[in-house]
Design a protein around this ligand. Structure first.
Ligand code: FMN
Length: 192
């Protein structure tokens, strides 16, 4: 009788330990969505080489928001050096390239906006996206990937273009080094 009780106790303790491990593991390792309440989430991004797209997809997995790829009507050349000089000209002349689709932020409360850093600020297509939509009263959650120079003026320039929006702290990462755990911690910290 005593033995049976001890066995039962051991089984209960093991079950509780197993459950505890599972909860800790799923919180650390991710895979679990962040509860965003009933807020409507859009994740809009432009990516030339895929680094920013990878971050956008991680955010989408965590928030279950809608993904929107910002695409210029005229695709940038595959030649990196050509893009670098064209982007410099776009920046100097404040050219905002036409988009395939300007998108629509009307139905969303929170809009994640992602860009590679181009010449110390956001890429031209993202400028177009911000200037073609009305962001009054919206929350913009910015993120960017860069090649070593950091976000530079990206987030302040976003705030200047999206008048009336609240621009939160951004997630800034080098090339393709984004980690889901970092992104999760950043979103949780924002308490959206
Ligand atoms: C036209 C152009 C301009 C760039 N300017 C910068 C810059 O000012 N600072 C920086 O750190 N990286 C710069 N980079 C590097 C990119 O920001 C970096 O590789 C980024 O992760 C690319 O993102 P993507 O793969 O989503 O296109 C530039 C890259 C290009 C193509």
């Amino acid at each position: 009788m005593k033995k049976t009780l001890i066995y039962a106790l051991i089984i209960v303790i093991l079950a509780i330990l197993g459950l505890l491990c599972y909860v800790i593991y799923s919180n650390i390792q991710g895979g679990k969505e962040i509860d965003m309440g009933d807020k409507k989430i859009l994740i809009a991004y432009y990516s030339y080489n895929g680094n920013t797209r990878a971050v956008a997809e991680k955010i989408q997995n965590l928030t279950n928001g809608d993904l929107f790829e910002i695409k210029p009507k005229k695709e940038y050349s595959k030649d990196y050096n050509e893009v670098v000089s064209l982007a410099e000209e776009e920046k100097q002349k404040d050219i905002r390239p036409e988009l395939v689709d300007n998108g629509n932020v009307k139905d969303y409360d929170i809009i994640f906006v992602g860009t590679p850093v181009w010449w110390y600020t956001m890429a031209g297509p993202v400028k177009t996206f911000l200037s073609k939509n009305d962001f009054s009263g919206k929350i913009i959650v910015p993120f960017c990937t860069h090649g070593g120079g950091g976000a530079s003026a990206t987030y302040t320039d976003m705030q200047n273009l999206a008048k009336g929006a609240t621009v939160t702290e951004g997630y800034t990462t080098y090339e393709d080094s984004a980690k889901e755990s970092e992104i999760r911690a950043w979103i949780n910290k924002l308490k959206l």
